[in-house]
Design a protein around this ligand. Structure first.
Ligand SMILES: Cc1cc2nc3c(=O)[nH]c(=O)nc-3n(C[C@H](O)[C@H](O)[C@H](O)COP(=O)(O)OP(=O)(O)OC[C@H]3O[C@@H](n4cnc5c(N)ncnc54)[C@H](O)[C@@H]3O)c2cc1C
Length: 304
């Protein structure tokens, strides 16, 4: 169905305060950030008519700044391009830049925002697994104040999230890098030390939504896994942290038995579905392959 533009109202507040007042006065209104998701839905004729509140002039939602306790605070309106180009993020949180580089093409990266990626609530989105690995917290703002919630649990089910009418995502807080966060590169490591690993498998590199997306950090010392964090997208109704697989690996040497046991555990804690982009069977296979590649890198094997 061709949309009738007169059925839509877009207000353009000059500040975050005005945007929040607008959202409070009109509980059915929805934020409009980069529009890369919303415009596709509009074009497809599926965007509900009504009121949209542009965040473009909310300077308070922009940029990457020092957060509390040595962490970092990323404004919800920060684009993939800004994330990709951030020296601070590249040094301390390399998985985020890796996800940004894999998200859409340059035009999408220039317009699309991290807040919009979270609020779009797609289980195939590329930044959520990284936010799980880094223990992100979300700062949620409304006209009556703000609250902070762990990102883990924010998505409660398919397209469901802990966001009330009148609220928006203001900032993403990443805690200071510790342990496995202190990775020096995406494929660093030679059997000892830390490795960060991000891999998106899609039909075409970058332009396609993930069939499976995998983010992990691991620290191997004295021949055994000391710390490990693993999260995946597109294998459940929301992005998931593979906590049982992590438990399976912690304290183990990265030998063939440990890797095989971890693969079995991973397959028991993901629940991929068949859809337009892929089959459940293929997704499960890819998830296990990515786990094996990640652990292979940590064990010091050269990329295949
Ligand atoms: C060609 C193309 C390729 C793409 N490729 C990828 C990809 O590879 N990986 C991927 O993950 N995504 C991809 N996307 C999807 C999209 O670009 C991202 O999800 C993007 O991050 C959305 O951000 P946005 O600012 O454009 O959101 P918008 O379209 O403005 O909004 C999306 C949703 O979030 C809500 N929203 C926006 N900001 C906030 C906020 N601060 N608080 C609360 N709600 C908010 C809106 O109301 C809306 O429901 C692609 C899109 C296109 C068009």
């Amino acid at each position: 169905m061709i949309p009738r533009l007169e059925d839509y109202a877009l207000t353009v507040p000059a500040s975050l305060g005005e945007a929040l007042d607008d959202l409070a006065r009109h509980p059915d209104a929805r934020p409009f950030a980069g529009g890369t998701d919303l415009m596709v839905v509009l074009e497809a004729g599926h965007l509900p008519p009504g009121r949209y509140v542009s965040l473009q002039h909310c300077r308070e939602l922009q940029g990457i700044a020092d957060g509390s306790n040595g962490g970092v605070a990323i404004g919800a309106l920060t684009t993939y391009t800004q994330i990709r180009d951030s020296v601070r993020l590249a040094r301390d949180y390399p998985l985020l830049g890796a996800a940004a580089r894999e998200t859409g093409g340059i035009a999408t990266q220039n317009r699309g925002t991290i807040g919009g990626n979270i609020a779009n609530a797609s289980p195939a989105a590329d930044t959520p697994p990284v936010l799980l690995v880094y223990d992100a917290e979300l700062e949620i703002a409304s006209a009556s104040g703000s609250r902070r919630v762990p990102y883990a649990g924010f998505h409660r089910g398919y397209k469901q999230m802990d966001l009330a009418p009148g609220e928006l995502i203001a900032r993403i807080h990443l805690p200071p890098r510790i342990g496995t966060h202190a990775a020096s590169g995406l494929f660093s490591g030679a059997g000892e030390g830390s490795v960060s690993y991000y891999r998106k498998v899609g039909t075409r590199r970058a332009q396609a939504i993930s069939k499976v997306c995998f983010a992990g950090t691991i620290r191997v010392e004295a021949g055994a896994v000391q710390e490990v964090r693993i999260a995946l997208g597109s294998v459940a109704p929301t992005a998931i942290r593979a906590v049982r697989t992590e438990d399976e690996l912690r304290g183990q040497p990265l030998d063939m038995d440990a890797v095989a046991a971890a693969e079995r555990t991973l397959l028991s804690e993901i629940a991929p579905i068949d859809d337009l982009r892929s089959t459940a069977r293929y997704r499960a296979r890819v998830a296990a392959n990515l786990l094996r590649e990640f652990l292979g890198r940590a064990a010091g094997q050269e990329p295949g």
